[in-house]
Design a protein around this ligand. Structure first.
Ligand code: B12
Length: 211
């Protein structure tokens, strides 16, 4: 079995310490950090997601695997960071109100940082008013990124954009959205600038928005 397949199995089983050790071994073997991330750490979560959808596994199994994945990502993080001190721009990112899914949001934040962006991460379950306040207080923020994974929470993105409009802040920013239930049509509908399907394309889109 390849090291990356073994890593994916360990994430699935929630073996935190073994995941950390194997990520280190993969790095020592010279495997591309992005490949370690996508194949070894993220893919098993996607597979479990499908099993969860089919009712084959439950929330605890997901949580255990998600924690193991996060520990692996922490080990990997310094190897993804480019060390480029030139700031590409400043982004505020948050998982929207009512939603505690933060794995995807964290990956976007991490890849944005590795591409030279400064990232302010407000965390998960973030109220629109808190986003507005943070943007009001920091004039350097050029991009707002919002993540939602539930069909019930995606409309909190719209609430946030409306709240920004009310405060006259909307036109100061580029707004990016992401997460399983949203797409470009939804982005257009709520007045966001762009939707992207994954973290790597989020980086490309952010660069394009600011260029
Ligand atoms: C892991 C997970 C959980 C974990 C979350 C742990 C954590 N810390 O995040 C736990 C167990 C806590 C959880 C809880 C729940 N979950 Co859940 N969960 C998932 C699961 C399996 C994977 C999500 C994930 O992390 N994927 C991996 C990451 C890397 O992918 P991603 O999030 O899509 O992110 C990528 C892109 O979307 C994009 N992106 C993401 N955000 C952003 C932001 C920007 C700005 C941009 C540009 C791009 C971008 O880039 C990311 C990286 O490439 C999904 C199933 C799925 N297939 O999505 C269900 C899923 C989202 N959950 C679901 C449900 C129903 C729930 C619960 C309600 C379950 C329950 N009964 O309690 C609760 C909700 C709690 C809440 N209030 O939020 C449903 C939602 C259904 C719906 N239509 O709304 C899903 C789709 C599963 C299903 N098919 O039924 N869940």
């Amino acid at each position: 079995m390849s090291k990356l397949n073994e890593l994916a199995d360990l994430v699935t089983e929630g073996e935190n310490e073994e995941v950390e050790e194997l990520v280190k071994a993969c790095i020592e073997d010279g495997i591309d950090p992005l490949e370690i991330l996508n194949v070894g750490l993220v893919e098993p979560i996607n597979v479990l997601g499908e099993q969860f959808r089919l009712g084959e596994i439950y929330v605890p199994e997901l949580l255990i695997a998600a924690e193991a994945m996060k520990d692996g990502v922490e080990v990997l993080k310094p190897h993804l960071l480019s060390g480029d001190i030139k700031k590409a721009g400043k982004m505020l990112i948050a998982t929207i109100k009512g939603d505690v899914h933060d794995i995807g949001k964290n990956l976007v934040a991490m890849l944005m940082e590795s591409a030279g962006f400064e990232v302010v991460d407000l965390g998960m379950d973030v109220d629109p008013d808190d986003i507005v306040e943070a943007i009001e207080e920091d004039e350097d923020i050029q991009i707002l990124g919002m993540s939602a994974m539930l069909t019930t929470t995606m409309y909190a993105m719209q609430d946030t954009i409306e709240a920004l409009e009310e405060e006259g802040l909307r036109d100061r920013l580029k707004i990016m959205i992401g997460g399983a239930p949203v797409n470009q049509t939804f982005a257009d509908k709520i007045g966001a600038d762009v939707y992207t399907a994954d973290a790597a394309s989020a980086v490309e889109a952010a660069k394009a928005l600011l260029s």
